[in-house]
Design a protein around this ligand. Structure first.
Ligand code: PEP
Ligand code: MG
Length: 813
């Protein structure tokens, strides 16, 4: 026997040996050999190669025997499959290693034990298949691994069990259906020293966001104890997101941290034959993150180094995923596995989809119209839901199925999980800038709002097609009508002279939207972060104990679970949300607007009713700037300022610009700037720029005076239209008059552009107008607007229309 081929030290293995040691072992060896000297800890071990597997199968006459068994097997007969599968695995377990091979394995194990200063040391015995990671035959995770294995016999038996796991019922059935030869899939096994993560923590990490493919972040998932519960999805892990560019600058670059639900942990077993056992976690520990910030940053640095190493080695960008372990005894971090990530590395930068409906007879099937949101089309069975808990006898939300059309009066943030499941949304109430509209746009779900008749007209189980692809009026058709989706490659999109920015609401969507061509973010509304991540009124967080409402205190304790300090909870959650968006679009400018809830919306936050007045006209009441310097709200505004300060100074995201909404007079503006300064946000310091929403007629009439104190204006055409035309933007009764293209509104804008030019102040726009009406966007460009910000679903048509217009304008000159 050529021992040198059968058993190899991990440091003798490298990535070009996949056929000899399987995918996992090859990359583990590569890492030990090349990254250990950069300070990346990898536990040592040795590999039982494919040659040894072959030798074992041969010596026990298993190859022919197994082939005969699988040849006779009908995999669709599940009883037979189970029987044969079990028989094959038992045959493998019952085999014996040839003496000399067994001896080498045992010697190696002893040597490893000695090196770690302990006889019969604890090792992980892991499978590494040769077919793993092949793009069209991903067997990943299908073979077994064993943790905390000790002693010669157990090591030998675990190796056999790994071999046997190549023949799970699932694997046999898969190979037969896919037409793979059962005997060409081979297995290698790694015997690796355990890191004591049973007393510490473990998890996985990616050098790229696996959801969106965003490549500037390291994602870390982890839990206390051994990692199996996380891999099996039995617990929901803690998550850290680390921003690579500011990590490289030495900043505290954790831009988001989410506490998981770690109800259990996997620890070492206590009895002789019990390798591991599941323990339930104490309440105190559940509240803690499994890694400290310093440890998470250290791990992220390693993951970046590993990605850089593989990228250099392959001569092309190679993101990686790793498994890590934190040893609770030695208090050291380890990388126990690393391999190239295959999904995104092979994917081209995305495309954008355009929807077309061609059926010429569709008009005969029109049921009703409303305001179109987005430009997509959806279809499905109607499900009318009046209230979220179904109290009034309507369908319960639990009855809502994926792909149904959600029909309701109006939505609020609690409806979001339901909205995500819908193929389309149709509401009675609301305008183009209401909650349902903003959320649907972000989710890419077609929605028709303000139809007035949806819940009365549509019936459960009726099939409809909801089209927002035919202009500003959304149409609901009877039946399921065919439509086309046309993909446009982002790389083919035209460029524009006028920078086009994005309006982004939800931090969760930011990484995805950053793939759409853009010049930064023209509007990130804090309200969405507060609604979705904070839930409670900031003053209720600060003062709930003084109120003496036990139910409220209980609710706030639930919301702030894992945080001892309520103001820190608010600052942290808000700063994570902002940082998520700031990082996604870095280094481009991201304009974050201070909170602009109306008092009725603030009242809806947990505890809000204790702190908010009931106003007759909240749209023109206590909103925006007037709150920030008011004694009744100032401390809450201070929390917002502290969050921004943290994102800019601690996380290093200085691309964040702040914006003040609904500011009635220059005196108000100065008061707000003074309060900001009190809380550490000084205009001009550390490059901080301050923008003002130009959304009240007074902002325009007094533009020169406002301009003295800000770096730029951003036109809020939603409020500007409301206030110029004197109509409530949420009222469907006057919605037919609401139009940003009204001559009065346009003249307002022209006046602002002229005044801003004189004072040398930048002007952008972030209202909904240019997203919905390309002719309005063109009007703005013709008259010299500096930037336009649109919703992600409209970027595509805006780029085309503006680039065409710019070409014409150049010709005309
Ligand atoms: C606007 O008024 O145009 C705007 C963008 O702000 P909001 O819709 O949040 O009032
Ligand atoms: Mg506004």
């Amino acid at each position: 026997m050529d021992k040198s081929k059968m058993i190899l030290g991990l440091s003798e293995v490298s990535l070009d040996m996949v056929d000899k040691v399987g995918g996992k072992n090859a990359s583990l060896g590569e890492m030990i050999g090349n990254l250990a000297d950069r300070g990346i800890n990898v536990p040592d071990g040795f590999v039982v190669t494919v040659a040894a597997y072959d030798k074992y199968m041969e010596a026990n006459g298993l190859t022919d025997h197994i082939r005969t068994l699988v040849d006779q097997l009908d995999v669709d007969d599940l009883v037979q499959l189970r029987k044969t599968g079990m028989q094959i695995r038992q045959l493998i377990m019952d085999g014996n290693f040839p003496d000399d091979l067994k001896e080498v394995i045992e010697d190696r194990y002893e040597e490893l034990s000695l090196n770690y200063g302990k006889p019969a040391t604890d090792v992980a015995v892991r499978s590494s298949a040769t077919t793993e990671d092949l793009p069209d035959a991903s067997f990943a995770g299908q073979q077994d691994s064993f943790l905390n294995v000790r002693g010669h016999n157990n090591v030998i038996n675990s190796i056999k069990a790994c071999f046997a796991s190549l023949f799970t019922d699932r694997a046999i059935s898969y190979r037969t259906s896919a037409g793979f030869d059962h005997m060409t899939a081979k297995l290698s096994v790694c015997i690796q020293k355990m890191a004591r993560s049973d007393l510490g923590a473990s998890g996985v990490s990616f050098s790229i966001d696996p959801e969106s493919g965003f490549d500037n972040a390291v994602i870390i998932n982890g839990t206390f104890g051994l990692g199996e519960l996380l891999v099996q999805g039995e617990i929901s892990p803690d998550e850290f997101i680390v921003f690579k560019p500011t990590l490289a600058e030495g900043k505290d670059a954790i831009i988001e941290k989410k506490l998981g639900e770690k109800t259990h942990k996997l620890a070492y077993g206590h009895k002789p034959n019990e390798l591991t056992r599941k323990l339930s976690l104490e309440e105190e520990q559940r509240k803690q993150f499994c890694l400290t910030d310093e440890q998470a940053l250290q791990l992220a640095k390693w993951v970046v180094e590993i990605e850089e190493y593989y990228t250099k080695r392959n001569d092309r960008w190679t993101p990686v995923d790793v498994e890590w372990a934190y040893d609770g005894l030695s208090e050291e971090l380890f990388i126990v596995q690393a391999r190239p990530e295959t999904v995104h590395a092979n994917q081209k930068v995305g495309s954008l989809t355009q929807f077309n409906i061609d059926d010429e007879n569709r008009h005969e099937r029109l049921i009703f119209e409303g305001i179109a949101v987005g430009d997509r089309i959806g279809k499905g069975e109607v499900n009318v839901i009046h209230t979220l808990d179904g109290r009034d006898g309507s369908a319960d939300e639990a009855d809502f199925e994926d792909g149904q059309v959600l029909v309701t009066e109006m939505t609020d943030p609690d409806w979001e999980p339901l909205m995500k499941k819908a193929s389309a949304i149709v509401t009675n109430k609301g305008g183009r800038t209401c909650h349902a509209a903003i959320v649907a746009r972000e989710l890419g779900i077609p929605a028709i709002v303000g139809s007035t008749v949806a819940t009365q007209t549509l019936n459960n189980e009726q099939e409809v097609t909801v089209s927002c692809a035919e202009g500003s009026s959304g149409k609901v058709y009877e039946g399921l009508i065919d439509f086309k989706e046309i993909d446009h490659q982002i790389s083919d999109l035209p460029e524009t002279e006028t920078p086009i920015m994005l309006n982004v609401a939800s931090p969760d969507m930011a990484f995805k939207f950053s793939k759409v061509p853009n010049s930064g973010v023209g509007l990130a509304r804090e309200e969405f972060i507060i609604n979705n991540y904070i839930h409670a009124h900031p003053l209720a967080l600060l003062y709930h104990e003084d109120i003496g409402d036990e139910e409220l205190t209980e609710r706030i304790n639930e919301i702030t679970y894992g945080y001892d300090d309520e103001s820190e909870f608010f600052i942290k959650k808000l700063s994570y949300g902002i940082a998520h968006i700031g990082a996604a679009f870095h280094p481009n400018r991201v304009i974050v607007r201070f909170s602009d809830f109306k008092s009725n919306e603030y009242r809806n936050l947990v505890g809000g009713s204790y702190f908010e007045p009931e106003e007759e006209n909240p749209m023109i009441g206590w909103r925006g700037a007037s709150r920030y310097y008011s004694d009744k709200y100032k401390v809450a505004f201070g929390l917002e300022c502290q969050a921004i300060k943290r994102v800019r100074e601690v996380y290093g995201l200085t691309n964040i610009t702040v914006m003040i909404p609904f500011c009635r007079t220059p005196e108000e503006l100065q008061k707000v700037l003074a309060v900001m300064e009190e809380y550490g946000l000084k205009r001009g310091e550390n490059g901080l720029e301050v923008y003002l929403m130009a959304e009240l007629p007074s902002n325009i009439m007094m533009a020169e005076e406002f301009a003295e104190h800000v770096d730029g204006f951003s036109i809020g055409s939603n409020d500007l239209t409301q206030l110029t035309l004197g109509l409530d933007r949420d009222s469907s009764l006057v919605a037919h008059v609401y139009d940003e293209r009204n001559e009065a509104v346009k003249r307002m804008i022209l006046m602002l552009l002229e005044k801003a030019k004189k004072t040398g102040t930048k002007v952008g726009i972030c209202g909904q107008g240019p997203s919905d009406f390309p002719d309005f966007a063109e009007f703005l460009v013709k008259n010299g607007i500096d930037t336009i910000s649109v919703t992600p679903d409209s970027m595509f048509k805006t780029l085309y229309s503006i680039s065409e217009l710019e070409k014409k304008l150049v010709k005309a000159e």
